[in-house]
Structures are given as structure tokens and as C-alpha cells.
Design a binder for this molecule. Structure first.
Ligand SMILES: Cc1cc2nc3c(=O)[nH]c(=O)nc-3n(C[C@H](O)[C@H](O)[C@H](O)COP(=O)(O)O)c2cc1C
Length: 311
């Protein structure tokens, strides 16, 4: 998620789950290639497994992105066919690409030819008037034929005109049944569900009886990371206890210290820890400490904030 799943939030999530696949924010293919995307390309190996998500519509650019993704050690390359922002719409990529399955097939072929990494596609159940189940099925069939390794489907259509990106994440209703049907009718494809998953219980409900192969969580884990502290045990079956909140907070202080030593700002890290305070005694005070310091927060501010939280 843009402005959310940067390296600092990914470090936070890794304290909670070793097994889940994490994703970068969407980065434009051009930015990957001309160096503007360096912030998005740089990560700590402890964040792995990590997918690089790219937004683009040009096969040769995407092929070069695929080579770079592999050289930089990413686990997977994911093509964004779900973002409905005006910039993306007018540039004819993101969700707009759902209207052109043949073009997406060409893009996937180009990426597959350039890398041995899995190439996956994140998309919507539909776009504009092209939002029937059969439209999505056709999109998936054409793109699967090109070799896409998985489809991660946001269970909401997008309107390219008239709704803001934020409205497009809330206004169109969730239609997960269509994704379960897709998995039933295309059992050999890897199909993953996205949209509205707020807890490990909801992840397990999605995965029940093989209805889908995976579940992607966006806002839920950003809002309340601790709601997913038990996924390795309950979803992946590992014999591990959930990481205690105190340990997550301490890891983030240490991470902030290391980041500052590299010339970064504490605020880059502290802006992502607010969700850890949700519903905890002292959590509001902790948020206030960080809010008052704002961009000027230092490691001591972060320490003072987390010391407000009773765990
Ligand atoms: C602030 C924000 C930024 C997002 N950025 C991206 C993005 O870069 N790439 C992407 O595929 N989806 C992006 N999304 C959409 C989410 O990945 C997800 O599809 C959507 O929020 C529905 O899932 P959720 O209910 O679990 O959040 C973003 C969502 C939000 C709230």
C-alpha cells in the first residue's frame, strides 16, 4: 500500500509473522529503471519473502524491472492491475489494464521471459461496466495462458471515473463469492482473496475448505497489526507463540536507532507504530507524545511514547 507498506512497516510486520509474503508499495516501472524508485527497491533481507509491486504497461520496461527485481533479491514480481487513481487511469495502467486482457498477457509474457521469479497479478473483480463474473473469468483465462503464477483479487470493482481512489476502496460492495467461484471453476490456478479482512479469524474463514489459496490483507494489519500476531501459528501451523506487544515495540525502537545511524529520521519509523497502540491502556497518551513531536521525533520520543503503553 502506497505510503504504508514501506520498509519500516514491513520490519514491524516481520516481528509478527515470519511466513507471510510482504509487498512493497506500488512503484512505477520507469522509477525502478531511472533510479527514482531506489527508496522502494532497497530493503533489509529480514523483510523477505518480499514481492516487488510494479505499475506499468510497457513490456520492455517491465522485462527490465523483472531482471532488476531478481538481481535485487525480491521473492516475486507483482503487476498492479487494480489501482484506479487518475494518474494511473490516464497513463493506462493499474485497474485500467483490466479492460485490456491481451495487453496484460503480453506484459506477463515479457516479465516471465526475463525472470525465473514468480510473476503475479493483483486486480479487481471488475472495472466500470466490465464487471460481470464472465468478464473477470476472461481476464484471468487470458492472463493465465501467458503464465501468470497467481491472481490476487480485490473483491470490489473500481470505477475509473467519478470515484476517488479512497471511495473505490470503500463504496463498491465486496463480492468475495465471485472469487470463490473463480477458484472452483479454475482449480489449477492460484487464486487469492483481498478486501475487508480484519483478523486472523477472517483469514482462516477465507481459506476454509480451499475456497482460495491465499488471503492478502491491506488496511486491517495497518490499523491493528496485533490482530494478526497469531497467523504463523494458526494459518501456517507453526509451533510458535505470538510475539508480545512489548517485544514488537522494542524492535521498532532498535530499528529506529539503526535507521537514524544510517541518516534517516525517527519519524519515518514512528509514523507506522500508531496501530500498535490501538485499544491499549495508555495508547492515546502514546499517540499524543508522537503527534506533539511530529517530524521532530527522536529515539527518546519514541521510547517515551511506548513507555506510556501498559502491556
Ligand atoms: C493507503 C492505501 C494505499 C494503497 N496502495 C496500494 C498499492 O500501492 N498497490 C495495491 O495493489 N493496492 C494498494 N491499495 C489497495 C489495497 O492493497 C487493497 O487492495 C484494498 O485496500 C482492499 O483490501 P483491504 O480491505 O485489506 O485494505 C492501497 C490501499 C490503501 C488504503
Amino acid at each position: 500500500m502506497m505510503e504504508r507498506t514501506d520498509r519500516h512497516f514491513r520490519v514491524l510486520v516481520r516481528t509478527l509473522t515470519r511466513r507471510s509474503l510482504l509487498y512493497t508499495e506500488m512503484v512505477m516501472g520507469r522509477a525502478v529503471l531511472d533510479g527514482r524508485g531506489e527508496r522502494d527497491m532497497d530493503f533489509d533481507p529480514l523483510e523477505l519473502p518480499l514481492a516487488l509491486q510494479v505499475g506499468d504497461n510497457d513490456p520492455s520496461r517491465l522485462a527490465r524491472c523483472a531482471e532488476l527485481a531478481q538481481a535485487r533479491g525480491f521473492t516475486e514480481l507483482n503487476l498492479n492491475c487494480g489501482c484506479p487513481s487518475a494518474r494511473v487511469r490516464d497513463g493506462a495502467f493499474g485497474a485500467r489494464l483490466m479492460l485490456e486482457p491481451d495487453r496484460v498477457a503480453t506484459l506477463v509474457r515479457a516479465m516471465k521471459a526475463a525472470t525465473s521469479l514468480p510473476v503475479t497479478v493483483k486486480h479487481r473483480i471488475g472495472v466500470d461496466e466490465v464487471d460481470g463474473y464472465d468478464d473477470m473469468l476472461r481476464f484471468v483465462d487470458v492472463v493465465a495462458e501467458a503464465g501468470a503464477d497467481a491472481f490476487i483479487v480485490h473483491a470490489r470493482k473500481a470505477w475509473l471515473h467519478g470515484l476517488s481512489p479512497k471511495e473505490n476502496r470503500n463504496v463498491p460492495p465486496l463480492r468475495p463469492e465471485e472469487i470463490f467461484r473463480l477458484k472452483r471453476e479454475r482449480p489449477s490456478l492460484r487464486i487469492e482473496l483481498n478486501g475487508g479482512i480484519e483478523s486472523t479469524d477472517a483469514v482462516l474463514a477465507g481459506l476454509r475448505e480451499g475456497r482460495v489459496d491465499g488471503v492478502m490483507v491491506g488496511r486491517g494489519i495497518y490499523r491493528d497489526p496485533m490482530a494478526f500476531a497469531d497467523v504463523d501459528a494458526r494459518v501456517f501451523g507453526d509451533d510458535v507463540a505470538p510475539t508480545p506487544l512489548r517485544a514488537v515495540l522494542e524492535t521498532m525502537v532498535e530499528h529506529a536507532r539503526r535507521w537514524v545511524a544510517r541518516g534517516g529520521r525517527v519519524h519515518d519509523v514512528s509514523r507506522h507504530v500508531h496501530g500498535l497502540f490501538l485499544g491499549r491502556p495508555g495508547g492515546r497518551k502514546a499517540r499524543r507524545v508522537l503527534a506533539e513531536a511530529g517530524a521532530a521525533a527522536d529515539v527518546d520520543t519514541l521510547r517515551r511514547a511506548i513507555d506510556q503503553v501498559v502491556v
